[in-house]
Each structure stands twice: as structure tokens, then as C-alpha cells.
Design a protein. Structure first.
Lengths: 514, 233
């Protein structure tokens, strides 16, 4: 082996280890945030009176923490998916991880110690004027935390863009543009696989999204310093949703990229970048930025044109997701001869979650429906479905697979039962949210009146099922983490990485039932 | 002798290896020394040193420089020089700057000196103040050593994962302390409450000082992260 290939193998191993670190940190945060979520459900069910001040601090931490957790794990998994052809920088990955975790620490301290409880969609006089509930420093710390997390995500996205362009000879090739704009007649040689295209799409929109966040945060910090007055409320609301709504959607697309990479290995079927796939993923670059307008339907100062754009974009963005990920994923499953394993169970649950979470979103994004459903529990219902049973399920599927592959571990019936528990519990939990939303139970209320409490009470056993399933799987993965860490070098051998994206599964997947 | 770190089995052999195998990088040494000296000058000379007696926030700036600026540059200076000191000193330094020990020592020293009784005592006595600064400096010399070297493999963190965990732990303990000071309802340091010529109102001063300690963490530890991680692990 030459020094160059030796360096390449070592860097590849470092990326795998960084990926493991990202995923473990994300999973650990997910479990803690899940415990906070259970606490909130218990409070809503009337089983334990949580003081409003604490409820909102917990709610703020739970929301920010869950997004941060699943995004972090997804980033790590994506780095592993790309490892090989698109070789990210281990130094940048590790640096971004440190900054991300420090930002997460800021969020924890701002909420649990500083008492910040404004959520994330704040408008003047929030976040600074709190009527004594939290100090200016708590608000600043919260937004500093968001800034650091966004900065780390930006580093990751820039890393992906650079490496992707370098690997394929330009961003256009990384996005299969020649193939796309020629109608599939040329450019079919050296097409990036769907996971790579999706990663590049996410990275482009990630840069835009973080830019929107910076445009919002800088004036907010200047306002705190007394340099300027309050930021225009409509401007701020547009930007905060462009940032936050897009961020969570990008997280889902990261998870989809994991499915594009993993499912072929489990089913033995190729998932190629066909012309419709290339079109759908490229359309996402624009479509994912526009639906956020559906959060401003009730803001009468918002120009009508934006509401109409939001209406159409909310429907349109469902098409690529449905056609590529859901339909494509189901096609992978159908008559593949594949046997159920933890990853396939979680992916199947994720497809279910993305479908129904998406349907819930599309329904609520219809303007006349939004007049009724706006700010009811229907909204948390749809994004909990998307996240818990979509993005998170896809991400844990990849994590479980990777750790088992690296550590040469097999799974048991209990493992598969735990995965089903996660899904069944999650389904019951989110269905109670949808039911409550249908009853017009409002969101973001610390206390529920007795007539609202029945769905809250029913949801608690389901949350416990999710917790049991998640804890079992997390325990298995934790126990295998050391072996996976040592086994990272096996996935960095020169020549091997390109094969990982092909159909037919990895030669190392003997541990998996096929 | 083979290149690379050598376990300290034979002290004379170790010293001899160290003297022969470490290249002399005078440029790096000079840079490290210059930056450390600049940091010391900024921290211990006016205006920061004078302001530190009038403001908790200014005192925190001073401590940040003593803990986060001077030690890493001193280590940069030391790393460029061949080590040929007494074996016992090396053994003690190695024992104390093993990552877990160094983290615990630096944390304990930082938190101890921010206890109100000790902190006020340091401000009221030049001797105690000197001890405070010296111990913080030494504690953080130990803290940064596992990241920067110089040293043998058992001391220097050998993996990116270890470095990441170490940096996050070091940053978070300081952040927790800073947050505690920022969000404390009471004014903790009587010296500043009783000061005849305070720079800021005591409560605001304390909040600002805590925030300086807290918010500087990502800058310091982010920069450190960018410098210590390696592509090969």
C-alpha cells in the first residue's frame, strides 16, 4: 500500500469513527429529550402538575433538543454513507461536532438554569421581554446555542459541497444536471447515486437556511445590545420559519438519503438515479424552501402571494417525497425476498411515518383547513409523526445497521420486537395527538383542562412503549459501540467504498438475514 | 531509536531519546513564547489588571487570558524545545497531565477560586491573588498538555474521539460555572459590592463576568478543536 492509500484508508476510518460519535451523541440526546416529552405528556394528562414556567422551559428544550439530536445523528450517518467517493474532512467533522455539542450545552443551560421558555418561534417582545420569567442572558444564551448548532451544520454542509464537487467534477455533475437536462440521453456515465444527490441538495439548502438564520440572529443580537430597536415582526417571522421549518425538513431529507443508501443493501435491489429521481431531488432544492409560508397563513400582514406560494409549494413538495422515497422505498420492499430485521422494520415504520406525517402536513397546509387547525395539536401531531416515525426511525435504522456491521453483531427476536414496539408505541402516541388536534385542543398550553385530557392520558402508555423499544435498541447499540469503533478500519479499505453504493449489499453483511 | 513517542521505562534512555529525536523548531518556539508573553502582558499589566479590581467582568477577562491564552502558547514554545529536565519532574508532570487528572485538576482549581470566600480573599490580598493566578495558570498548563503536547503517548490524547470528549468536557464545566454566575440571583462577591469605584453595578457586573466565561468557551474551544483534530486520527 502506498502512503497515499494508507492516508486515505486512515481518513476513511476516522470518518466512520466520527459518524459513530455523532450518532451516539444524537441518540443519547434523543433519549433524554424523550424523557422530557413524557414529562410533558404526564403534565398534560393531569397526572402531575408542572408549573407553567417549568413546562415552557422543558417544552423549549425538548423541541430544540429533539431536532438537534436527530439532525446530529443524521449528519453522522450521512458522513458514513458518503464515505469513499465523497470523502469529507475528518478534521472538519470532529470540529463541527465539538461546536455542535457546545451549542447544545448552551441550549440546556439557557432553559434548565436560565429558565428560557419562549420556544423557538419568537416575536417581539420575545425573546428578551419575559415579564421576569427569564433574564436577557438566558435569551442570548439560547440564541447563541442556536447559532453554534447552525454554524456547525454550515461547516458540515460546506464540507459536503466541496467534497461532492471535487468527487464528481463539479456541483452540476454531483446533481446529475447533464443527465437531467438532456432528458437522460447523456451524462448517464458516472451518475451519482440518489444518496449522494440528496446529500448535495441538503447541503445547498443547508447553506441557504443557515444564512437565513444569521440574517435573523444578527439584528436580534444587535437589539439585545441596544444598538437597534425591535426587528420588524413580519420580517422576523418569515426568517425564523425559513430557518427552522427548512432545517427540520432538511433533517428528513438527510434521513431519506440514508434510506436510499441502506435499503438496497438490505433488499438486494438497486436504487439508481433514474431521470425521475434526478428531477425530483433537484426540484427539492427550491421546493423545500417555500412551504414555510403555510405557517404565516394567519398573519394578515403577510402578502397574499406568499400564502398562495406556500399553498402550492406545500402540495408540490410532497410529490418528490412520495414518488422517490415512499414509492421507491415500497418498491424496494415489494417481493424482494427480504426478511424483517431491525433496520428494515424501522425503515418500514419510517415510510409509514413520512406518509402519514406528510398527509397531516398537507391537510393542515390547505388554507381553509388551517383556519380551523392552526395552532392546534394537529401541528405537533404531524411533525412528531414525521420525526419520531420518519426521520428518527430512518436514522436509527442506519445507525443500528452500521454498528452491527462494524462490530459483526447479529440481532435477536427481542431486537426486532423492540423495533416493532417503537413503531406501535409511536403510532399510538401520534394518533392521540392527531385526535386531540381534531378536537381543536390548542398547542403550547402548559395545562390542559379536563375535557382535553383523555387523549393525553391514552398517549402515555404508547410513549412508554416507544421508550422501551428505543431503550432496548439503544442499549444494544451502546454495548456494540466499542467493537464498532475498533471495526471502523474495515470499512475504509481502498477500493471497497465505491462498492458500498452498488446494489446487492455489502460482502460484509453476512450478519443480516437476506 | 525508533521515531515517535517512547514509553518511559529507562529514564536516561528517555532523556537521551528526547534530546535527539525532537527537532528544534526555533520559529515555533519563538512564536509560542512571543504569544505567551503578549498574553501575560495583556493580562497582568494595565488596563486589565487595574480594571480587575473594579470589575468582576474585567477580572474574568484576565482569567480567560491566564487559562486559555498563555498556557497553550507556552506549551507550543515548550514543544519546540528538546526536553532534558529532571526525570522526577517529567514523571510528576506526566502523572498530573494525564487527561482525566488534568481535567479534574483544572476544573477543581477554577471552581475553587470562584467560591466567594476564596475569590474575595484573592482580591483583598496581593499574595493570595498571586497564588490564584499561578494555580490557574499551572492547572491549565496541565489541561492543555494532553492536546498540545509535548509529552509521551500516555499523556497526549491519541484519538480524535478522545480529544473531542476532552474539549467538550473542559468547555462545559467552564460554561456551567459561567452560567451559574450569570443566573445567580445573589451578588456573590462582596469585594465588588463594597467597591468604592465599581465599573458597573455589582449584579450586572457579575452577570457579564459569568457570560464572558461562558460565551468565550465556543470561541476558545472551537479554535482549539480546529487545531488539534487530525485526519488520520
Amino acid at each position: 500500500m502506498t502512503r497515499a492509500t494508507d492516508d486515505s484508508a486512515a481518513a476513511g476510518a476516522e470518518i466512520v469513527r466520527a459518524a459513530i460519535a455523532y450518532m451516539i451523541a444524537g441518540l443519547a440526546t434523543f433519549l433524554v429529550m424523550g424523557a422530557l416529552g413524557l414529562l410533558m405528556r404526564i403534565g398534560h394528562a393531569g397526572l402531575w402538575a408542572i408549573e407553567a414556567r417549568w413546562f415552557y422551559a422543558i417544552m423549549t428544550l425538548h423541541g430544540a433538543g429533539m431536532v438537534a439530536a436527530v439532525l446530529l445523528a443524521g449528519m453522522g450517518a450521512l458522513a458514513d454513507v458518503l464515505n469513499g467517493r465523497i470523502r469529507l474532512s475528518p478534521r472538519l467533522l470532529w470540529t463541527a461536532l465539538v461546536i455542535y455539542l457546545l451549542g447544545s450545552g448552551f441550549v440546556v443551560l439557557a432553559t434548565l438554569v436560565g429558565g428560557f421558555g419562549a420556544g423557538w418561534t419568537v416575536l417581539h417582545p420575545l425573546p428578551y421581554v419575559s415579564q421576569g420569567e427569564w433574564s436577557l442572558w438566558a435569551a442570548l444564551a439560547m440564541y447563541a446555542g442556536y447559532f453554534l448548532i447552525a454554524f456547525a451544520f454550515l461547516l458540515f454542509c460546506l464540507n459536503v459541497l466541496y467534497a461532492s464537487a471535487r468527487a464528481y467534477g463539479g456541483l452540476g455533475k454531483a446533481l446529475a444536471w447533464r443527465y437531467l437536462f438532456s432528458g437522460g440521453r447523456s451524462g448517464a456515465d458516472d451518475l451519482p447515486p440518489p444518496s449522494h444527490v440528496a446529500a448535495t441538495v441538503v447541503a445547498i439548502d443547508g447553506v441557504i437556511t443557515v444564512g437565513a438564520g444569521v440574517v435573523l440572529l444578527v439584528p436580534l443580537f444587535a437589539q439585545a445590545a441596544g444598538l437597534i430597536g425591535p426587528v420588524d415582526a413580519l420580517f422576523a417571522k418569515n426568517l425564523v420559519f425559513l430557518f427552522g421549518h427548512t432545517m427540520v425538513n432538511l433533517n428528513i431529507y438527510i434521513a431519506a438519503a440514508l434510506v436510499y443508501a441502506l435499503l438496497p443493501r438490505l433488499t438486494g435491489r438497486p436504487w439508481k438515479t433514474t431521470w425521475p429521481v434526478a428531477l425530483a431531488l433537484n426540484l427539492v432544492i427550491v421546493l423545500v424552501l417555500l412551504p414555510y409560508f403555510h405557517h404565516l397563513y394567519q398573519d394578515f400582514a403577510q402578502p397574499l402571494a406568499f400564502a398562495i406560494i406556500g399553498q402550492f409549494a406545500s402540495y408540490a413538495v410532497a410529490l418528490p417525497a412520495f414518488l422517490v422515497t415512499i414509492f421507491g422505498g415500497l418498491s424496494q420492499f415489494h417481493r424482494s425476498g427480504m426478511r424483517w430485521s431491525v433496520p428494515t422494520i424501522l425503515i418500514a415504520l419510517g415510510l409509514w411515518g413520512w406518509t402519514f406525517g406528510g398527509l397531516g402536513a398537507v391537510i393542515d397546509s390547505t388554507i381553509p383547513v388551517n383556519q380551523v387547525m392552526h395552532n392546534t395539536l394537529w401541528v405537533p401531531a404531524h411533525f412528531h409523526t414525521y420525526y419520531l416515525l420518519g426521520a428518527a426511525a430512518f436514522t436509527w435504522a442506519y445507525m443500528y445497521w452500521l454498528i452491527a456491521e462494524l462490530g459483526k453483531a447479529s440481532e435477536s427476536r427481542i431486537s426486532r420486537a423492540a423495533a416493532w414496539l417503537y413503531g406501535v408505541g409511536g403510532a399510538g402516541f401520534v394518533l392521540m395527538f392527531f385526535y386531540a388536534g381534531g378536537l381543536s385542543v390548542p398547542r403550547r398550553f402548559a395545562e390542559h383542562i379536563p375535557v382535553w385530557q383523555l387523549p393525553d392520558q391514552i398517549s402515555i402508555p404508547f410513549v412508554i412503549l416507544v421508550a422501551l423499544g428505543a431503550l432496548w435498541l439503544a442499549g444494544e447499540m451502546s454495548g456494540r459501540a466499542a467493537a464498532a469503533w475498533r471495526g471502523a478500519a474495515r470499512f475504509a479499505a481502498p477500493g471497497d467504498p465505491v462498492e458500498r453504493e452498488d446494489a446487492g449489499g455489502s460482502p460484509d453483511s453476512a450478519a443480516w438475514p437476506r | 531509536m525508533p521515531p515517535g513517542p517512547v514509553k518511559s521505562v529507562d529514564r536516561k534512555a528517555v532523556q537521551a531519546c528526547g534530546a535527539r529525536s525532537r527537532p528544534r523548531r526555533f520559529g515555533t518556539a519563538a512564536l509560542g513564547l512571543a504569544l505567551a508573553a503578549a498574553g501575560a502582558g495583556a493580562a497582568l499589566a494595565p488596563p486589565i489588571d487595574e480594571l480587575a479590581h473594579r470589575s468582576f467582568a474585567a477580572h474574568m477577562v484576565q482569567h480567560e487570558i491566564i487559562a486559555f491564552v498563555i498556557p497553550p502558547f507556552m506549551l507550543l514554545f515548550a514543544a519546540a524545545l528538546p526536553w532534558s529536565g529532571p526525570w522526577t519532574v517529567a514523571a510528576i508532570a506526566n502523572a498530573l497531565s494525564r487527561p482525566v487528572a488534568a481535567l479534574l485538576i483544572s476544573t477543581a482549581v477554577l471552581w475553587a477560586w470562584h467560591l466567594p470566600a476564596l475569590y474575595d480573599a484573592a482580591l483583598r490580598s496581593d499574595g493570595v491573588h498571586l497564588v490564584e493566578h499561578a494555580t490557574i495558570f499551572l492547572a491549565y498548563l496541565l489541561f492543555w498538555r494532553p492536546l498540545t503536547g509535548p509529552g509521551d503517548a500516555p499523556v497526549v490524547l491519541g484519538s480524535n474521539g478522545g480529544r473531542a470528549a476532552y474539549l467538550v468536557a473542559g468547555a462545559m464545566q467552564a460554561a456551567v460555572l459561567g452560567a451559574t454566575l450569570t443566573f445567580a440571583d445573589d451578588r456573590l462577591y462582596s469585594y465588588y459590592v463594597e467597591a468604592s469605584d465599581p465599573l458597573l453595578p455589582a449584579h450586572l457586573d457579575q452577570q457579564l463576568g459569568g457570560a464572558i466565561m461562558w460565551f468565550s468557551g465556543p470561541v476558545v474551544f472551537g479554535l482549539a478543536a480546529a487545531m488539534v483534530f487530525r485526519n488520520r486520527g
